[in-house]
Structure formats: C-alpha cells, structure tokens
Design a protein around this ligand. Structure first.
Ligand code: SAM
Length: 242
C-alpha cells in the first residue's frame, strides 16, 4: 500500500483481483472498448504514442506496460517501423487475444511477455521509452509499479501514461450519469461481465487525482512531469514523465 506516498489507496491497492477480471473479459475487451468510448480511445493512444516517440530516434526500444490486446504496441510499431516493442501484461488471455491481431510480416518486432508490472523482467535502462494505457490504475502497489517503469527506462528516455485520473470535482454528466450508469451497462451488454464494468467507474472514483498522481511520480524519482487533459472534457489524462 502507499500510505506514505501521495493519495489514498485505489481499489487495486485494496485487493481487487484485476488479473482474473482481465483474463475473463479478454475476448470481448476490444469490442467493449470501442462501444464504450465511441472510438476515442484510438485517438488518445495515437496522440500519446506520437508524444512518446518524438525524438526517440529511428529504432527505439519501447515497453508497453499493461499492453492488453496490443492496440498500443501495434500503434507504436506502425508509427515507428524501426521500433522494437516489448508488450508486457500479467493477463495471458489479453495477450493471447492481442497476438491474433499481429501482422504476419516482420514477426518479432512486437514481443509479448507475460509479466507483472511490480517486478518487470528487464534490466535497468533497457528501454528508450515506455508507454502504459489504462493500466497503472490497476496496480496493486502503484509506487512500486511506477518505480519499475522508471528503472527500466534509460536516463533521458520518456514514460507516457494514459489514465482516467479521479476528477477534482464531480462532473455531473461524466461521473454521475455516463461513468456511473451508462458505461457499466454498455460494458455488460457487450462483454457479458457485469462486475468487470462496474469496477471501471469505481476504480476511477478511488484513484489518484491529477495533483496526487503528479506528486507521486515526483516522489518515485521522475524529475519532469507534465499532465495534459485530453478531449473531451479531460476524462482521460496524458502524463509525460522523464
Ligand atoms: C484497461 S486494460 C488496458 C489495455 C491496453 N493498454 C489498452 O490500452 O487497451 C489494463 C491492462 O493492464 C493489465 N495489468 C493490470 N495490472 C497489471 C500488472 N500488475 N502487471 C501487468 N499488467 C497489468 C491488465 O491485465 C490489462 O490488460
């Protein structure tokens, strides 16, 4: 737990079984995502990955932590044809669903690794950059996971995180109507898993705010941290740390 570091414990830090939940929903995960976000998650990933790769060179080594069904890893490989991507996730079924989307040509540019973000199987400074979309909210020990991200990225490299951070003030439509009622219903309808899609809004409501998350990133050793609210209405935040 993170009692001494910025913020109160998230649902995952309080013991939610995130791993089996993602293994359960893996086969319907992409369909649920597209319906619930009306495709805006694709735009967020593109924007964050453009920022990640900016200035990292022609052949960057990139980690995607919590890579899930590989949408982020595939976008990194598309945008940077010379990149070598390590896609790590502790839910094997998510990676399995993602591997079905890998193009047959150029095998090996995206390697999938069943790995836990709390103890990554990579040496210090192994990567030029790391990307993580909608994963860190699910970490059982958030400070430890963020320290691992910092450890495996070389000095001068960059970490870009996409996440739903807890809003400072409740937004009537997004928090009371959309997140609380519409999202869980849509997720349930598409995936057939009611609990998983109730976890989503609850985990956002219990997660760190922008201010808390930024403070935590600095506490674990990132010198520069920038948080950018994304369209629409800042429901997702892009965090750039180095
Ligand atoms: C909401 S999904 C996001 C997947 C993908 N990044 C995307 O943008 O669609 C969160 C992913 O993080 C993974 N995850 C959560 N905690 C993890 C941990 N401790 N170690 C590795 N992966 C983790 C889950 O298994 C899941 O695949």
């Amino acid at each position: 737990m993170s009692a001494t570091l910025a913020g109160s414990p998230s649902l995952a830090e309080s013991g939610a079984d995130v791993q089996s939940m993602f293994n359960r929903v893996a086969r319907r995960y992409d369909a649920a995502n597209r319906v619930m976000s009306a495709g805006i998650d694709v735009v967020w990933r593109k924007k964050a990955i453009a920022r990640l790769l900016d200035g990292l060179g022609e052949a960057p080594r990139v980690l995607d932590l919590g890579a899930g069904t590989l949408d982020g890893a595939l976008e990194i490989a598309r945008r940077s044809p010379g990149a070598q991507v390590a896609a790590a996730d502790f839910a094997r079924e998510m990676l399995r669903a993602g591997r079905a989307k890998l193009p047959a040509e150029k095998p090996g540019r995206i390697d999938t690794h069943a790995a836990d973000g709390h103890h990554l199987p990579y040496r210090d400074d192994a990567f030029d950059g790391a990307f993580s979309a909608f994963c860190v909210r699910n970490l059982r020990d958030l400070p430890r996971g963020l320290r691992e991200l910092r450890r495996v990225v070389r000095p001068g490299g960059r970490v870009v995180i996409l996440e739903f951070l807890r809003p400072e003030r409740t937004r009537f439509f997004f928090d009371r109507i959309w997140n609380a009622h519409v999202l869980p219903l849509l997720g349930w309808a598409v995936s057939g898993d009611r609990a998983a899609y109730r976890y989503l809004p609850e985990s956002i409501a219990h997660f760190r705010s922008v201010v808390e998350f930024e403070a935590l990133l600095r506490e674990v050793g990132f010198a520069a941290v920038e948080c950018k609210p994304l369209f629409p209405s800042g429901i997702a935040t892009m965090v750039v740390a180095s």
